[in-house]
Design a protein around this ligand. Structure first.
Ligand code: ZN
Ligand code: ZN
Length: 423
């Protein structure tokens, strides 16, 4: 049996309130011991002195574009980017071509990912057939095929009765329904409504487009008991809405994207179409509210919404496909917030590993003895640049392209195997 002994690292595992210098022994695909000083002559040693050792990151929102748009990304390139970013599990969105609205597409994704064996790729199935917003997909069959969530991401579910029925099913199945909350009748423009949209003459996409659907979903969750997970929260009022309905006892969780914690709407003046995302980058006061909400627990997790697009799809801002890549930049952005004392390292790991695993109800997100050996080792000080040599995604649409970043994954271990090693 393959054994690895991770020696002398600083272990941080909020799932068992563990923080300190410990050794960790992996036997086969599981974590077998966590102690102060382990001696195991048969194990290969990984020197972790000076590194943080944490449960592998779990990203419950990525776009791998496979099947159908593999010129942007595919399951192999996306898996490579994921493990280089410290992620051992990702949930891929079903807005593929064809969409993941039937078991055979879900099975294709799972078997292709297993074939490479780099990262655990768990598909989300669509809420509605063909993502058309009308007829609910066969949740039972999709769950049976391995789907861990349901979402029409990229589009909202506009019909409230369809959403209510989806949440009733969610309550029966114990599977979260994730919604891309932007009301189509309001979300017609490309940039946040404000000075930058006025200055550039680009049509606005006001924050209330997001807030009205966030509130509706929380209300439907409260009445049905179904688990709604709000994707990419960006507004200050959205934070208040979630806080209010959590206090009421609604079964609601939510995520924030690292880039919504970092960039304001003004980024589009510097980065052009690479800063064009849905929902759009907002204002300083929204960032402040989101940052408060990740430290006080209102926001449950960080998700990248890794959204690769080809260069030709990122020309003019008002004609560009929305989204940024994000799997390899999530850790450096979050570490920047740690250095600015917005949150602790321990809370960061809760948001990136422990909580997303809990929301999905999957194994992982912990370094407990007996758990799968899904582990990330990272250096909080190492500087690097995202460029042609370091990028694993097939796309490069991010304002951080070519920029110096601080914080680097050194090893990613999935199921007891090293799936990424720096240099
Ligand atoms: Zn979305
Ligand atoms: Zn998305």
């Amino acid at each position: 049996m393959l054994k690895y002994l991770i020696k002398g690292g600083t272990l941080i595992d909020p799932s068992q309130e563990l923080l300190g210098v410990y050794d960790l022994l992996i036997e086969g695909d599981r974590i077998s011991r966590v102690e102060e000083d382990i001696f195991e002559p048969e194990a290969e040693i990984i020197d972790a002195r000076g590194l943080i050792v944490a449960p592998g990151f779990v990203d419950l929102h990525v776009h791998l574009r496979d099947p159908g748009q593999t010129y942007k990304e595919d399951i192999l390139s996306g898996s490579k980017a994921a493990v280089a970013g410290g992620f051992t599990t990702v949930v891929c969105m079903p807005n593929t071509d064809p969409p993941i609205d039937s078991p055979h597409v879900a099975e294709y994704v799972i078997s292709k990912a297993n074939c490479y064996g780099l990262c655990r790729v768990l598909p989300a199935g669509t809420i509605t057939k063909g993502r058309k917003g009308r007829e609910i997909s066969d949740f039972w069959a999709l769950k049976e095929a391995g789907c861990v969530a349901f979402t029409d991401d990229g589009s909202p579910v506009m019909d409230s009765d369809v959403m209510r029925k989806a949440l009733e099913l969610s309550a029966q199945l114990g599977v979260p329904v994730m919604d891309h909350c932007e009301d189509n009748s309001l979300a017609t423009g490309d940039l946040n409504e404000g000075e930058v949209s006025a200055l550039t003459g680009i049509l606005p996409r006001p924050p209330e487009a997001e807030d009205v659907l966030n509130a509706r979903d929380c209300i439907l969750s409260l009445y049905t008991g179904g688990h709604v997970h709000l994707q990419h929260l960006t507004t200050s009022l959205g934070v208040d809405i979630v806080r209010y309905f959590k206090e009421k006892g609604a079964n609601v969780t939510c995520e924030v994207n690292p880039y919504h914690l970092l960039f304001t709407e003004e980024e589009v003046l510097r980065s052009g179409a690479n800063a064009r995302v849905n929902p759009p980058l907002r204002k300083e006061e929204d960032i402040k509210a989101l940052r408060g909400a990740i430290s006080d627990g209102t926001i449950d997790c960080v998700a990248t919404d890794h959204a690769p697009h080809a260069q030709f799809e990122k020309g003019r801002v008002d004609a560009a496909m929305p989204g940024m890549i994000g799997l390899q930049t999530a850790l450096p952005i979050m570490l920047r917030l740690v250095s600015e004392e917005v949150l602790s390292l321990s809370r960061m790991i809760e948001l990136m590993s422990v909580n997303p695993a809990r929301i999905l109800g999957i194994e992982g997100g912990t370094l407990r003895e007996g758990a799968p050996a899904d582990i990330v080792l990272f250096d909080i000080k190492k500087e690097w640049v995202l460029n042609e040599e370091t990028n694993f995604s097939r796309s490069k649409n991010t304002p951080l392209w070519g920029k110096k970043l601080t914080g680097k994954v050194i090893y990613t271990i999935k199921g007891g195997r090293i799936v990424y090693k720096d240099n």
